[in-house]
Ligand binder design. Sequence first.
Ligand code: 1HE
Length: 258
Amino acid sequence: MEKYSTIRTEIQGEILLVQLNRPEKRNAINDALLLEIETVFSNIPSGVKCAVIHAKGNHFSAGLDLSELTERNAVQGLHHSRMWHRVMDKVQFGTVPVVAVLHGACVGGGLELASACHIRVAEASTFYALPEGQRGIFVGGGASARLPKLIGMARMADMMFTGRVITAEEGNTIGISQYMVEEGVGLEKGIQLATKISGNAGMTNYALMHVLPRIADCTQEQALMMESLISAIAQDTPEAKDRLKLFLANKAKKVGEF
Ligand code: 1HE
């Protein structure tokens, strides 16, 4: 099925693996790569229930391909940033949850891509930075909206003010990644998580992807109403009814056995 030049895709059962494949440029994200990500996430094959983004070479991604940041004027820069937003939204608000498997540099636009995913697994070599501050630019791929939700605004501002590098361990403590694993086993862990996620009721995954982040942006009053609406819809699905019947018949796994 390979029709891409900057990424590789592979389907394993219900899981779509998407590999960033510009190791010679440290997986710097040029427009071609960005648009290939958009194509992949706009055309998730039926039967796929979860995706895993990982990367070839020693780094997840060195961020925006700086060689393309030439003589853009403000209007062109605006359109370019909005193109990033469109693609990152496709990842975050597409049809399947996305697990990011990180290693080496996860910086600038690479961190923006990772932040648009739903769960992040970091190998021990991962490091995070937002070099935009030092390059004289500003994030444009959605980091200012997404990253503070993971680590808080003060930490993001510090990363940009100072160019500070965050280690894998620190990143796991402050909430960039949800899992930290030894070098070389990130993809295995990512696939294991994707397999679990694929086994969830479809409405639960939909609510986690599409409703939970909207609830987070609401006032408490609106949030609670949205929560009631989605919880009423979820409990009414046949999948939910079947799962509850299994539990009541003592045939379902207990907490801790999932
Ligand atoms: C690149 C890029 C890139 C590497 N754009 N070409 N991002 C940055 O400021 C990060 C810049 N990159 C680095 O700091 C380092 O490359 C790394 C720490 C990630 C990796 O170091 P290393 O020693 O393994 O690789 P290298 O020798 O620096 O780079 C290898 C090649 O990749 C080299 O090209 P070559 O043709 O000379 O071999 C580099 O020029 C190329 N390369 N990173 C273009 N980023 C939506 S707005 C988002 C804004 C941002 O993301 S700003 C952050 C940009």
